[in-house]
Write a protein that binds this ligand. Structure first.
Ligand code: F6P
Length: 503
């Protein structure tokens, strides 16, 4: 019986062991948690993949000892898995099974780059990029969803199982699993990105099919209530189904899908422990030298290089800030870490180009022999390096144009064991609902964002501390174990006694 109010890894494990014993736990996502690849030296390396999804699910999988099905995208992935694509992970301290699914380059192109990231990603984020829907990509998306559904049925192997599907890559999989003989499996899905309004969603030529596929789930989770409401409206306007807003469920063809908000989070304790480690102290010293920081204050931005993250808008705001506040010239520096992402797609190449040009412009306009306002580093960094930057930052900026949650903002708060540092946070992120003592900005307003930078740099220590303490309490309490615990507790209320594949 769970009594404590603070969710921990141990409590989650207790919940799983007492209430879900004998039930398999199977996660499905596109991105794998650990990827094997050959480095330039020819050596094989295993990397932890980036992104909110992998960050949130890794600790949960360690607690559940389940199976994680994902696309094996690394060039050394086949060499490290068995014939079925299975291997124990994490390397060195295995606690669960990774089942890799193999896709051809054409399948990856059509399903991942094409339908998911040129179609659904801009469709759901409304970041003023026109979604691209091609028939061939849609066909590949269906094909790949079927491949993953088949892997689910294989891994469930006729036993009682909960299938936990992740994200917009697998809208069709829940219904496919049920129709492939898994009618009694409990299927839940978490949607990691925003759900747009119904007018937007209906621009997708296959919007009905997508919604119908999602209604194969027993539970469908979004970050915030607003996304649930948008989903209800989309269902209402697109197909025959009974939407019960008060009961938070949709009934279609006699099958009930519960729809709920579950704000995702991070492993606060682990992040905090890392922030106080000697490795982070060393990394902080390294950054100070590398950035030639001296006694300058530091502003930091860290994210994937994605047009939804508002990096060009941030650089324009910095330019305006330096122009309108000459007293800060030479007295602060800004470092932007942009991890390359989906760079195969033209929209991503275009935003990278735009960012390069803007950095060049700002540094040319304001830089001096002894001071360069912006340092751009286009490279994925490990958690020690990122936490070190969190700790050095006077302000940390997340000005996404639209973001389902944004875990980077929560990681920043967890790293600030000194209760210092200011978070500038877009009002259009899910995280802004919880982190209400951050400096909220409209990322489309250059003035607003530049003003927040000034506020952050001039804020009194007591005020910084008051705001940061409040954010840290919230993230500590609403941690990733609460997220998983709430989802699992909800699933337990559904009848999982018969959760098997029909032979
Ligand atoms: O934020 C949405 C999301 O799909 C996450 O679920 C994922 O971790 C992140 O974007 C990175 O995306 P990708 O796996 O395409 O690199």
């Amino acid at each position: 019986m769970i009594t404590s109010r603070t969710w921990t890894k141990e409590l989650l494990r207790e919940l799983i062991e007492t209430r879900l014993s004998g039930v398999k736990f199977i996660v499905v996502s596109n991105r794998e948690p650990h990827m094997h690849r050959y480095a330039e030296s020819g050596e094989m390396e295993c990397i932890e993949t980036t992104g909110g999804l992998a960050t949130a699910l890794r600790p949960i999988m360690a607690a559940t000892k389940g199976t994680w099905i994902a696309h094996g995208a690394g060039n050394a992935d086949r060499a490290t898995a068995d014939e079925q694509g299975r291997l124990p992970v994490p390397p060195g301290n295995p606690s669960y099974t990774l089942r890799r699914v193999w896709l051809t380059p054409e399948q990856e192109e059509g399903y991942y780059y094409g339908f998911a990231n040129e179609g659904l990603w801009p469709l759901c984020h409304i970041a003023f990029k026109r979604p691209i829907f091609r028939l061939a990509n849609w066909e590949t998306y269906q094909e790949v969803n079927r491949i993953f559904a088949k892997a689910v049925i294989e891994e469930a192997a006729g036993e009682r199982a909960i299938i936990f599907v992740q994200d917009y890559h697998f809208c069709l999989l829940p219904r496919m699993v049920k129709e492939m003989g898994g009618a009694n499996l409990v299927v839940a899905q978490f949607w990691h990105i925003p759900w747009p309004n119904r007018e937007m969603f209906r621009t997708c030529p296959w919007s009905h099919e997508l919604v119908d596929g999602l209604l194969g789930n027993d539970l469908l989770g979004f970050h915030i209530r607003n996304h649930c409401q948008n989903f209800f409206e989309t269902v209402d306007s697109s197909l025959e189904a009974m939407v019960d807003r008060e009961g938070w469920q949709v009934t279609r063809g006699g099958h009930v899908t519960n729809v709920r908000p579950f704000p995702i989070s991070i492993d606060f304790e682990a992040n905090e422990a890392l922030a106080t480690s000697p490795a982070v102290d060393t990394a902080m010293e390294k950054w100070c030298r590398k950035l030639r920081l001296g006694d300058r204050l530091l502003g930091v931005g860290i994210e994937r290089l994605d047009y939804t993250k508002g990096i060009p808008e941030r650089l324009r705001a910095l330019d305006f800030f330096i122009e309108s506040h000459p007293e800060w010239r030479g007295k602060f520096s800004f470092v932007q870490i942009a991890a390359p992402s989906r760079s195969h797609l033209p929209e991503y190449q275009a935003v990278e180009d735009e960012i390069d040009k803007l950095v060049e412009k700002v540094n040319w306009r304001w830089g001096r022999t002894d001071w360069q306002p912006v340092t751009l580093i286009k490279k994925q960094h490990g958690s020690v390096d990122m936490v070190a930057l969190h700790r050095l930052a006077r302000f940390f900026i997340v000005n996404s144009l639209h973001d389902g949650m944004n875990l980077v903002a929560k990681e920043f708060a967890a790293s600030r064991v000194d209760d210092d540092g200011v978070l500038i946070l877009s009002k259009f992120t899910g995280a802004s609902r919880e982190l209400d003592t951050a400096l909220g900005v409209n990322p489309f307003s250059i003035h607003d964002t530049a003003h927040a930078m000034h506020q952050a740099l001039t804020m009194e220590p007591e005020e910084r501390q008051r705001r940061m303490k409040s954010m840290r309490e919230k993230v500590s309490d609403n941690n990733v174990y609460r997220w998983a615990g709430n989802i699992l507790s909800h699933l337990m209320k559904l009848d999982i006694s018969e959760a098997t594949v029909n032979e």
